[in-house]
Design a protein around this ligand. Structure first.
Ligand code: FES
Length: 246
């Protein structure tokens, strides 16, 4: 009985699609929805702020402001009125990356609405990843593919920017086109990767891989923890011998 009373004190009211629920105050919106009985079939993926599947909008009584966030990362607050928008319809250009060029013509031909940007900055204010969305759209308008790719690198494609854009631009699809163009035509090629691919194609690692497939789990863990790390990839503060990953 006592335990029940303590639990009740920790509950806060929230409104999911207009219906009132009382949920624990320390949990995320995503967990609160499940606590309230919703089964999340869409709008829930990684639960870790990476996949962008759980875009959510909410408001507080008396406030004109629309708030946005990822349901798996945002804690509930008393009296929030919320709903999830796990999918927002967006334009998506179809292209053959081998046949397009990394320039402004490609961006504008794929997404002509790019030039409708009003520079209102609503996209940046809507981004749960704190990305300077308007700045990468400005870079796209200048044909600066490198800057577009750099600034949009952390995008999780939740679509919240697109849902708020008064110019009806689909920022995150423009950004992914920019990152593909950057990766294909601008980023320096990794020579060691090309070398490795050739070695793989020649079957250099075939025997070793077959051996690993026949190895028991404990030995695999030991091999993993004792593996050699290429010097240029190793973190200076990190020594493989004093860390275990499995
Ligand atoms: S569930 Fe993947 S970002 Fe929230």
């Amino acid at each position: 009985m006592e335990a029940q009373e303590v639990k009740k004190e920790e509950l806060v009211p929230i409104f999911i699609m207009g219906k009132r629920y009382e949920v624990p105050s320390s949990i995320t919106i995503q967990k609160a929805m499940e606590y309230a009985g919703y089964q999340l079939i869409r709008g829930c993926g990684c639960r870790g702020g990476i996949c962008g599947a759980c875009g959510t909008v909410y408001r507080f009584p008396g406030s004109y402001k629309i708030e946005v966030g990822l349901a798996c990362q945002t804690l509930v607050q008393p009296n929030m009125y919320l709903t999830q928008i796990p999918f927002f319809p967006a334009t998506k250009s179809i292209y053959d990356i081998e046949k397009i060029k990394p320039n402004i013509e490609t961006l504008v031909k794929s997404y002509p609405e790019l030039l409708r940007c009003l520079q209102c900055n609503t996209c940046t204010k809507s981004c749960p990843m704190d990305i300077e969305v308007m700045d990468y759209i400005a870079a796209a308008m200048r044909g600066d593919i490198t800057r577009l790719a750099e600034l949009s690198f952390d995008c999780v494609m939740c679509g919240l920017c697109t849902s708020r854009c008064p110019a009806e631009i689909c920022q995150y699809n423009i950004a992914i086109l920019g990152r593909r163009l950057y990766g294909k035509y601008i980023a320096p090629k990794a020579e060691h990767l090309a070398r490795m691919v050739k070695e793989v194609e020649k079957g250099k690692y075939e025997q070793m891989l077959r051996g690993l497939m026949d190895t028991d789990e404990e030995t695999l863990k030991q091999l993993y923890n004792e593996r050699e790390i290429e010097p240029e990839q190793a973190d200076e503060d990190w020594t493989p011998k004093d860390k275990t990953y499995l």
